[in-house]
Design a protein around this ligand. Structure first.
Ligand SMILES: NC(=O)c1ccc[n+]([C@@H]2O[C@H](COP(=O)([O-])OP(=O)(O)OC[C@H]3O[C@@H](n4cnc5c(N)ncnc54)[C@H](O)[C@@H]3O)[C@@H](O)[C@H]2O)c1
Length: 400
């Protein structure tokens, strides 16, 4: 329910037609219609709800994509793969069509649109969405395909906001695609969540622009499977004084994400974010070979097989092996909805810069903390603080 003095808010998905984008949309519509429960939504837990989050029912969804398939077709494909229940689709078909009507053409780096023009166009789409639906604010969440790591050089067009403006005005295209969307969001006054390992808001020039615009942002790369397990288990070994000697991981991915990561350049971004933190959590170097394979037959299911070799008292050698088979989009979609509501609340109370939402991410922006328990405590503390303050302007400083 919208509060008496609270307006509706928007969720803009970059990559709206992908598995995570569609599952997030179908999930939000199904929960709103009373056709699905709230299992998996972190924001429904009392410690997080204490932040005074905008209700899930208030999210108006729109987005950008370069794909042209209809959302219903994509949803039917996900239903056929067992990711979303097929039975709910007829009941939300009209709502899905409404979301479809709010989708706009994304920026295709293979096309000939200069980035300056793309930023203006994407930003105008966001402003039009906000105005047309009378939204108080809109959060932009990147759930588009993973890009290769950015080749960021010091100086040049990315040296700072002025150099970037000049390069865009001169028709240059110096930004990674994900960062084009982030710049467009900031120009439209929208906070950002980067759910992918792509550079997005992490480029120093964009960090500076968020600060200048007084906007909060969160990232990067949703923590939904093997890395989630690592961040829960590694602190256990560390606090028990057990020495981990090697942590070998093998991942099999199907679906669109798996196909994207079949390209070694794209996979490098994912391997880099997945490798974050193990040594930091264990407190010593560890041999951690990691491998990702694309196995189309797995569809939206992701399997991680891990072998942990460790040493105990008197040098006794032991091991832990686990196999995790998770439905990727079903794990990711509730986090997208949680992060959207949390980031909208952060913007409402005037927070700026990287948000302490490491609990959700493989590569937490603005933090070196990877231990799941500590990240949870940090998130709960933030929610408690923010819950005690009012709306924008009244409270920004107090919420920090
Ligand atoms: N599913 C998870 O558990 C999980 C966890 C962490 C991160 N992620 C990340 O979320 C992202 C989405 O995953 P997915 O499984 O939905 O992938 P997907 O391949 O199903 O969807 C990606 C979507 O992005 C769109 N896209 C590609 N280029 C675009 C552009 N230039 N502009 C706008 N849209 C564009 C594609 O058309 C597609 O609809 C990936 O980057 C993935 O790494 C997923």
């Amino acid at each position: 329910m919208t509060g008496p003095d609270r307006g509706r808010v928007g969720l803009w998905l970059v990559g709206a037609c992908g598995s995570v984008g569609v599952t997030s949309t179908v999930g939000a519509l199904a929960v709103r219609a009373g056709l699905a429960g709230r299992v998996g939504l972190v924001a429904e837990q009392p410690e997080i709800a204490a932040a005074g989050l905008p209700p899930l029912d208030d999210l108006v969804i729109g987005g950008h994509d370069v794909a042209t398939d209809s959302l219903l077709k994509r949803a039917e494909r996900l239903a056929a793969g067992g990711v979303v229940p097929a039975a709910i689709l007829p009941a939300i078909a009209a709502d899905l069509a409404e979301v479809e009507g709010r989708l706009r053409t994304g920026y295709d780096p293979a096309g000939d649109e200069p980035q300056g023009a793309a930023v203006e166009r994407l930003s105008a789409d966001l402003v039009a969405f906000r105005e047309k639906h009378g939204l108080e604010r809109v959060v932009v969440v990147d759930v588009a395909s993973t890009e290769p790591p950015a080749d960021v050089v010091d100086g040049g067009p990315l040296a700072g906001p002025e150099a970037l403006d000049a390069a865009l005005a001169a028709g240059e295209s110096p930004l990674p695609t994900s960062s084009v969307y982030v710049l467009a969001a900031y120009r439209a006054g929208c906070p950002v969540v980067s759910f992918t390992p792509s550079p997005g808001p992490r480029l120093p020039v964009l960090v500076a622009l968020a600060e200048r615009a007084g906007l909060p942002w969160a990232g990067s790369d949703g923590k939904t499977g093997e890395t989630l397990l690592k961040s829960a288990l590694a602190p256990m070994f560390a606090t028990r004084g057990l020495q981990v000697n090697a942590w070998a991981s093998y991942n099999m991915l199907g679906g669109g994400d798996g196909a994207t990561l079949a390209d070694p350049a794209n996979a490098q971004s994912k391997l880099t974010t997945k490798a974050q933190g193990l040594e930091a959590m264990l407190g010593h170097p560890v041999d951690g070979p990691m491998h990702i394979d694309y196995v189309p037959d797995h569809g939206d299911w992701k399997t991680a097989i891990d072998h942990v070799s460790f040493e105990g008292f008197l040098g006794v050698r032991m091991s832990l092996q686990f196999t995790w088979s998770g439905c990727d989009s079903a794990l990711a979609a509730p986090l997208v909805l949680d992060l959207a509501r949390l980031t909208l609340r952060a913007a409402e109370v005037g927070e700026t810069g990287p948000l302490p939402f490491g609990f959700f991410f493989k590569d937490p922006a603005g933090s070196t903390e990877h231990r799941l328990g500590s990240q949870w405590e940090e998130l709960v503390a933030w929610c408690g603080r923010v819950g005690r303050v009012g709306r924008a302007g009244e409270a920004g400083q107090e919420a920090r």
